[in-house]
Design a protein around this ligand. Sequence first.
Ligand code: HXC
Length: 514
Amino acid sequence: MALKKNIRELQKRRKEVFAGGGEKAIEKQIAMGKLTARERIISLVDKGSFSEYDLFVEHEARDFNMDKKTLHGDGVIIGTGTIHKKPVAIFAQDFTVAGGSLGLMHSRKITKIMDYALKMRMPLIGINDSGGARIQEGVNSLAGYGEIFFRNTLSSGVIPQISVILGPCAGGAVYSPALTDFVFVTDKISKMFITGPEVIKTVLGEEISMEDLGGARVHSEITGNAHFFAESEVETLDQIKKLLSFIPWNNTDKSDICKIKAPKKEFKIGQIVPDDPRQPYDVRDVLNSIVDDSDFFEVQKMWAANMVIGFGRLGGKTVGFVCNQPLVLAGVLDVDSSDKAARFIRYCDAFNIPIITLVDLPGYLPGVDQEHAGVIRHGAKLLYAYSEATVPKITLIIRKAYGGGYIAMSSRHLRADFVFSWPGAEIAVMGPEGAANIIFRKEINEADDPEKMRQKKIKEYKSKFSNPYVAAAKGYIDAVIEPEETRKLFLHAIKVSSNKAIASPNKKHGIPPF
Ligand code: HXC
């Protein structure tokens, strides 16, 4: 009898908490095209797999009439579930409860699930929908963020950390997503900024909407803070599941081995690169002609599009791809593309994912803008990331590999394990036009027909240096191959390097050019 009564009491209490911030607040949430925090979790995890903790946690704030307020679950849901039948830890902020604002107990719930995730070596997924630090709780809210940032850093490189921005993520709160590995945003719903429109208006007298300041497109196209953009929340949740199908569950785990499917026949590897070296092509066509099932999953697709990064499978195993994109700015390296590639390389290296690099670039982007934006410092990150990475590194030079670009894009000299090139590759200090103008300047100027002489010298330079055979003669390239041989050689290289073991010098850590 007593048990029945106790169960009724439990059910009543659960029902109260499940009501979140009440009907009106939930209606407002739905009207904005948003799911509720609980719906988001349920849609993300395997059916029936979610287990919730700290349902009955209550806030302890007493100032500003907070003692009279009940905040169900203190505005955040935490728990564990499974995705693809493997364990994940999740928190989801509930905007219907005090705007999902973060007070002391709210932060303690989040740090509890972060600690579980690290201890159990499972991915952490954080769904952010919050007005930021709970203003009424003062320094306790700030302390809460500090505890979260510390744990984000501690877990970095041990477990995958995924941030999902499904509402506001305002003030210092943005730094937790920024410390995690992948940030997902949804069009018209995600808003991320340090100082909001109100502050900007007060301090600078400028008016700007939240969307234009820090909407999903802004972070996907301009700032590079977001890694995946979707049109709807449901699409975002599907993208998370897809990402999790590629990545290992922690830094000692291997990615799942999937059924091997050949690339689709519509991608014909030998017909993608145009004969004219000035004509662009889409490097994604090359990728899709190589990876299993032509399934290339691109990361940061809309930002720094002159570099393409993402995951694909070879022989059922996950590989990280880093590729120049000739379709955008001829695939040059610049500040943003260097940052983009460097961070991805470090992710792959931390989680034991082999890296394949596809090279076709005319070098670094020249200009005052780039120099003043710090292309030296940012470009150095790429060199550092490749040199530091100890996972299997396989490089294919498709066409151009000029100057610093040749070195930076996973060259033998940065310890690539296998370097292949297609027969049309041009490896030189710079393009033949520029080179001829500099080293044959005198002959060209003094010739009866300078233009004719220039063309002759360009041809001369090209036949001497702009081919893969000079590099192959020195062993800088291991094999010059036909395009059709690429997948077979990649599969072989991945296979033979699966037990790669190299020792780096003993040190606490290096000092990358952050
Ligand atoms: C306490 C908050 C809150 C906050 C929202 N609420 N943000 N309560 N602390 N930070 C409450 C509101 O009072 C309201 O309560 C409910 O949540 C819903 O908020 P609305 O304003 O009605 O919603 P909306 O119109 O959709 O606007 C959402 C918003 C806005 C844009 C996020 O609330 C806002 O600008 N909030 C403040 C954002 C901000 O500046 N945060 C930074 C704090 S400083 P009622 O009871 O009326 O329903 C910070 C520093 C951290 O985060 C540093 C760490 C290093």
